[in-house]
Design a protein around this ligand. Structure first.
Ligand SMILES: [Zn+2]
Length: 412
């Protein structure tokens, strides 16, 4: 029985790799040296050719690192190293809560060490080459260490709690875990900006006077309280610009990258805010939260059904049946369903982007809106023409051309 499960896991893993690499390959078919006609005259040729070069470098790098990671994981699976690791830990401790904690902590640690050279190369060679990187080596390593410690604190705590629930509760395991995870994600959503972000960045309330006045005028018109707009010191890591909306209720806030303030004119910035306020007014954050809660519930229910097959953990070649190893195997078996959710999430997110644009269009100056969109895409060297299949599956935001087209539709 468990050899069959093992082969299913292996084939699913191979399938996912081939699928994602095929999508990336399709993207290369859309490469063109010609600037899209809709943008000629408003998008400079130099920037366009840079964006193509950036795309090509990222593709080669992505392919090489994906192939290496694929084979490493492939060997981990066929040699049964997950099972081996758990057996090894079991000789050191018999504590049922600590075993999974050590197990996952070692996996996270090894995974971080393995991916370090890749992210180092990406930051200090690729991003550097295209003038995006502003990070120092010290900052880079500090970030890595902080992320590791963070995952130790949050995830391992959550994991031991889930293991404890698993050991203590019988049939209602999935329901209790769902409640715990829902609390956890609501908590994270509310306090992400005040607990996690400050560990990496400084956020200051928006002060620039002129900007504040334009924003105040706009915010007053759409009934949005202003105390919640912050500027984040993104420029210490990258020159890329962005903005986002996070939290809800009293904990809602709009965060602008300082790089964005440098790049855009005041009116263009007000557009970015208008777009983010649009996300808030259309209740997108709540909607995405509900989506992820439903997704978690469904996953836990399937997980609970699958728990009736303890052999799943033997498919990782461990000598005993254990919840932690079982979880790893289940995670791999769950891949097709998580791919479907990933797709649905992106579809929903793209729909929300159009809605937020529409809100900004109705409530603010359309010209600034178009200019800001073009400027952002140009400065970040965004891919203007991803392959439709790749875009459909992987893009959380529509491309700039699609967003501009959608805006022209509103005009009619
Ligand atoms: Zn948006």
């Amino acid at each position: 029985m468990y050899t069959t499960i093992f082969y299913i896991i292996l084939w699913l893993y191979v399938f996912e790799f081939i699928f994602s690499k095929t999508l990336s390959y399709l993207n290369t078919l859309n490469w063109s040296d010609k600037l899209p006609t809709e943008l000629s005259g408003i998008y400079d040729a130099k920037k366009y050719s840079d964006s193509m070069k950036y795309e090509k470098v990222k593709y080669s790098f992505g392919t090489i690192s994906a192939v290496i990671s694929f084979f490493v994981m492939y060997f981990v699976l066929i040699f049964g190293w997950f099972g081996y690791l758990y057996d090894l830990i079991s000789t050191y401790t018999t504590n049922e809560i600590l075993r999974p904690v050590y197990f996952f902590w070692i996996i996270v640690l090894l995974q971080t060490i393995f991916s370090l050279p890749f992210s180092y190369y990406f930051t200090f060679v690729i991003e550097e080459k295209f003038w995006f990187n502003k990070s120092t080596k010290k900052l880079f390593f500090m970030d890595t260490i902080k992320s590791l410690l963070l995952s130790a604190v949050f995830w391992l705590w959550l994991l031991s709690l889930i293991t404890w629930i698993y050991l203590k509760t019988g049939d209602n395991f999935w329901l209790y875990t769902w409640i715990v995870m829902t609390f956890f994600s609501v908590f994270m959503m509310m306090f992400y900006s005040s607990i996690i972000v400050p560990l990496f960045n400084k956020q200051t309330p928006l002060e620039k006077w002129e900007l504040r006045e334009s924003i105040e005028k706009f915010a007053l018109r759409v009934w949005f309280k202003l105390d919640n707009i912050f500027v984040i010191d993104w420029s210490k890591r990258s020159s890329k610009a962005n903005a986002y909306f996070s939290g809800f209720g009293p904990k809602k806030r709009i965060v602008l990258y300082d790089t964005l303030i440098k790049d855009l004119s005041t009116d263009e910035l007000v557009w970015v805010l208008a777009h983010e306020i649009g996300h808030y007014k259309k209740k997108h954050t709540i909607q995405m939260l509900v989506f992820s809660i439903i997704q978690t519930g469904l996953m836990l229910y399937i997980l609970w059904l699958a728990l009736k097959v303890p052999e799943i953990s033997y498919a990782m070649w461990s000598s005993t049946s254990s919840f932690a190893v079982w979880l790893v195997a289940f995670g791999l078996l769950y891949t097709p369903i998580s791919m479907i959710f990933w797709l649905l999430w992106n579809i929903l997110s793209r729909k929300n982007e159009y809605e937020a644009d529409q809100f900004a269009w109705i409530n603010f100056n359309p010209t600034d809106l178009k200019n800001a969109l073009i400027k952002l895409s140009r400065n970040n060297l965004s891919n203007l023409r991803p392959h439709p299949a790749y875009e459909f599956f992987n893009y959380s935001h529509p491309t700039v051309l699609k967003r501009l087209n959608a805006l022209s539709e509103i005009k009619k």
